[in-house]
Design a protein around this ligand. Structure first.
Ligand code: FAD
Length: 310
């Protein structure tokens, strides 16, 4: 059976499971960078049973796939991709309060998680308000901001292995470190995240969230499409400071540019191609290495020729 036939069968099954299935969606409309080519099938997975069923078919027909959250840390090639994309929607966006815990389904946006926390006077997650990702994506990359990482707040994470087995990981078993977790390596799909927060005062929590939003608006080029920080923080330095010190603000390749507002961001000024961003990243890495000795590594997940690079 060829890939097109297998994708047809998987799409039929998705529809029978009441998951929305879309042929020929584009990464450019699924990512905050607004870059990237066609994918043969996008499935909006609505619950765990559907996910397990679809994973089984994907395994039987040996179809390449990838799960995404809100697409805010992805840089995809403009060429067509042979990947089925599974997006966490429906039941996967629910957030429930349970005493000092928040039980978050993996597709819930961090902004909703933070709002529910504030409603229940739960504190700890305020610095992450404004990261435009899902909680699943945040756990995958151990997202962080203003001195707080999501790993600081994890009680447990439930995830489904590619073979359909569900496992609950303690925080220690997630093997978190800077922009690292076990999920980058084991390909398990995160389905639920239990956060442990502390009791606070709702009005203080809300005002802190507003103040973090204001800081982001002031410092980050939120008016342009991007994937946030283009490079990870190298040990002993900040990528944005190194890029700024090398005088690279405003440097561009095609439609990709080092933001004038924040040297850590590569922005899409309108018509950036994948190759523009990669070309610009390579230039920056070369210049920074030559002038400072630090080697920068890309932070977004790069998807090209069926290869997903972390
Ligand atoms: C303007 C802007 C500001 C940003 N600021 C920050 C910041 O301050 N700090 C920070 O850390 N990041 C920041 N980011 C990057 C990004 O928002 C985070 O990395 C976020 O956590 C990604 O979540 P996502 O749902 O969008 O993941 P996606 O981009 O959809 O996916 C990223 C990776 O996570 C995997 N993934 C997603 N969901 C799951 C799941 N359920 N199970 C297993 N794997 C999964 C995907 O396969 C992919 O490999 C910013 C991005 C933008 C555009």
């Amino acid at each position: 059976m060829n890939l097109t036939e297998a994708i047809g069968i998987i799409a039929d099954a998705a529809v029978r499971l009441s998951c929305k299935a879309e042929f020929n969606a584009k990464f450019s409309s699924l990512t905050t960078f607004k870059i990237g080519g066609k994918i043969p099938l996008l499935i909006n997975i609505n619950n765990v049973d559907s996910l397990i069923c679809i994973l089984k078919l994907i395994s039987i027909y040996n179809v390449p796939y990838m799960v995404i959250g809100n697409g805010s840390n992805l840089l995809a090639d403009d060429n067509d991709h042979n990947l089925v994309i599974l997006r966490m929607t429906g039941d996967f966006t629910v957030v429930k309060n349970n005493g000092e815990y928040l039980d978050c389904e993996a597709g819930a946006l961090l902004s909703s998680v933070c709002r529910v926390a504030a409603t229940h006077s739960l504190s700890g997650i305020e610095p992450l308000f404004g990261i435009p990702g899902s909680i699943g994506g945040a756990v995958f990359m151990n997202a962080g901001a203003y001195g707080r990482e999501i790993s600081d707040l994890i009680e447990s994470v439930t995830a489904i292995d590619p073979d359909g087995t569900s496992k609950t990981y303690s925080a220690a078993e997630c093997l978190f470190s800077y922009r690292e977790s076990i999920f980058i390596h084991n390909r398990a799909i995160i389905t639920n995240v239990r956060l442990k927060l502390t009791q606070g005062k709702a009005d203080i929590i809300k005002s802190q969230m507003e103040s973090y939003t204001a800081r982001r608006k002031e410092k980050q080029p939120l008016e342009f499409p991007s994937a946030g920080s283009a490079f990870k923080r190298p040990k002993g330095a900040y990528a944005s400071a190194l890029i700024d010190d090398c005088g690279l603000k405003g440097l561009s390749v095609g439609g990709a540019q080092i933001s004038e507002k924040h040297a850590g961001f590569i922005i899409n000024t309108g018509d950036a191609k994948f190759s523009d961003v990669i070309g610009l990243m390579k230039k920056v890495v070369g210049i920074v290495e030559l002038q400072t000795g630090f080697t920068l590594e890309p932070e977004p997940i790069i998807i090209s020729n069926g290869i997903i690079e972390f």
